[in-house]
Design a protein around this ligand. Structure first.
Ligand code: AMP
Length: 559
């Protein structure tokens, strides 16, 4: 029997319509500028989105052409988030922090036709322009866009340069959004590519709408129309974790920091705009915590949850924010998973250390996301909270392939191989122990680099710590701990090793230590372990070697 239900496609056009009508007056976006905040209700955002769609049609954007953005988190970026997919084209946010050759590779691979760029980012994109093979239009956004556009005009042969405001002036403020197949492409993002070339993931209208609903659920990020969300996570990084589209869907307001990404403006923005929900990678929140510690009068009472994802959240960060009355909600995902796949909302009955274990895990599977753990010998592990293997996932917002690339080794019988290693417990909580390529394989045993990092970051003198496996004649690999000491503090390698004694088996204690001014970070703010391994291999790190700890064989005795 067929159902009697209407078959209404799930599209970004319908999400835009809902947000701009039902929440058109109460939902709003506020963007930080050098002169304070710029505000627009969602009805106005949608009118601008219609103008932008007309302007893009005028430039020749038809069918599923790619419209890229090279922008901060701001109102115009939100307008592109709505307009481009709703008109049937494909939104492609480019990562503004990648080196020029990678931006060019990605834009050419995606065959971007138009690039919207913030005037303040023109210097960053200018060197890329001559290498772009498919881009025909550059649209400059922001104050003084017309003059800024003049400055690059002619520097990129074959590329026409326009100012966003000129392009939109006089355009109709409604658009007859076409009917779109919900399975067609809405947006694409490239994975940050810590190995090999970045790979493209293409989101469908359906996946974006379902992910928006999924993250708005009570046991996920619980977003409602009374929220004011601050995505610090860039809009070029997995569509800012899906927060902008989810906010438009439910009528929650958005607060966007534009280029003001340092701790002080972020902390003030939360206070001034009474932000209820904010999201970023741990390294951003680490800086904000230092600001809050130094400025304890900052009023963050409006904040319900600080969402941390992208890398494991250290306990010290959670405890630090708790000192200021703010709860951290840990979540896990990846470009390939739209990204939210798990959120660590602890069961109500849990308390004490058990509660901490839930909160520090990567979280519980969000509704409609399925996961399994596959052990190195290919068996599916029981959900017992201890059997470790590679995490595989599937679901309506998980990718099943990569754009224009045969990467069949990344998939396993309809499941995405995440490259993350961990275990699941009986209640669907996922705990990651490492990335498959970061696990330290010492004498046939695995050492979790993440566990060592988190423990080290629990030492009061340590600001940051990153641990990588380095070649070792005897054991194959051994851990190298790279440590950034807090300003004004001092600590030795021996003291740090002694601090770890009792917290991990003795054979896991690192004997190689390096004190550095800063741990290198990737374009999205994660520890860049590839660079650390390379620096070590090239002899660029000053390494202190302590006497090796007890024999590897002690492992069994200790456990
Ligand atoms: P990206 O596609 O750049 O967002 O990177 C995704 C990867 O980041 C995942 O496969 C994980 O290795 C890592 N990641 C994301 N969230 C977390 C988390 N909460 N804890 C540990 N690792 C994480």
């Amino acid at each position: 029997m067929r159902s009697t239900m209407l078959d209404v496609p799930l599209t970004i056009g319908s999400l835009t319509h809902h947000g701009s009508t039902v929440h058109g007056r109460t939902g709003s976006v506020a963007t930080l500028t050098a002169d304070g905040l710029r505000r627009a209700p969602y009805a106005e955002v949608a009118r601008n989105a219609a103008r932008l769609a007309h302007a893009l049609r005028g430039l020749g954007v038809t069918a599923d052409q790619r419209v890229a953005t090279f922008m901060w988190n701001n109102q115009e970026h939100l307008e592109a988030y709505l307009a481009v997919p709703s008109m049937g084209a494909v939104l492609h946010p480019l990562n503004i922090r990648l080196p020029s050759d990678q931006v060019a590779y990605i834009a050419n691979h995606a065959e971007d036709f138009v690039v919207l760029v913030d005037a303040t980012l023109l210097p960053a994109i200018a060197p890329v322009l001559p290498s772009l093979t498919t881009v025909r239009h550059l649209v400059v956004v922001g104050d003084n866009a017309a003059e800024a556009a003049d400055a690059v005009r002619g520097k990129a042969p074959g590329v026409e340069v326009h100012a966003y405001s000129d392009l939109l002036t006089g355009q109709p403020d409604t658009f007859d959004w076409p009917d779109i197949d919900e399975r067609s492409a809405a947006a694409m993002c490239y994975s940050s590519g810590t190995t090999g070339n970045p790979k493209g993931v293409v989101y469908s209208h359906r996946s974006v709408v379902l992910h928006s609903m999924g993250i708005a659920l009570g046991d996920a990020l619980a977003i409602g129309s009374n929220d004011r969300a601050l995505p610090v996570v860039p809009m070029f990084h997995v569509l800012a974790w899906g927060i902008p589209h989810a906010c438009f869907l439910v009528g929650a307001s958005l607060v966007l920091p534009d280029r003001f990404m340092t701790p002080e403006p972020l902390a003030r923005l939360v206070e001034d705009e009474r932000v209820t929900l904010a999201g970023a990678v741990p390294s951003v929140w680490g800086g904000v915590l230092q600001y809050l510690d130094a400025n304890p009068d900052t009023d963050w009472s409006s904040l319900r949850d600080v969402i941390v994802g992208g890398s494991a959240c250290p306990r010290t960060l959670m405890e630090g924010f708790e000192r200021h009355g703010v709860r951290i909600l840990h979540a896990w995902g990846m470009t390939e998973t739209s990204p939210v796949a798990t959120v660590a909302v602890p069961p109500e009955y849990s308390g004490g250390e058990r509660r901490w274990r839930y909160r520090l895990s990567q979280g519980r599977l969000v509704s409609l996301v399925e996961a399994r753990v596959v052990t190195p010998d290919g068996a599916v592990a029981p959900w017992n909270g201890e059997t470790v293997g590679e995490v595989e996932v599937r679901g309506p917002w998980i990718t099943g392939s990569y754009y224009g690339e045969d990467a069949s080794d990344r998939f396993d019988d309809g499941w995405l191989r995440t490259g993350d290693v961990g275990h699941l417990d009986a209640d669907g909580f996922l705990t990651l122990t490492d990335r498959a390529k970061d696990v330290i394989k010492s004498g046939g045993e695995w050492i979790s680099s993440v566990q060592l990092e988190n423990l080290l970051m629990g030492h009061p003198s340590v600001a940051e710590a990153s641990v990588v496996g380095v070649p070792d004649e005897r054991w194959g690999e051994r851990p190298l701990a790279t440590v950034v000491v807090r300003t004004g503090e001092s600590v030795t390698a021996e003291q740090l090793r002694d601090f770890l004694v009792g917290q991990v088996p003795r054979w896991q204690l690192p004997e190689r230590w390096s004190f550095v001014a800063e741990v290198p970070k990737t374009s999205v703010g994660k520890f860049d372990k590839k660079v650390l391994r390379q620096r070590y291999a090239e002899g660029d790190l000053v390494v202190e070697t302590l006497t090796p700890p007890a024999r590897q064989a002690d492992a069994a005795d200790e456990e």
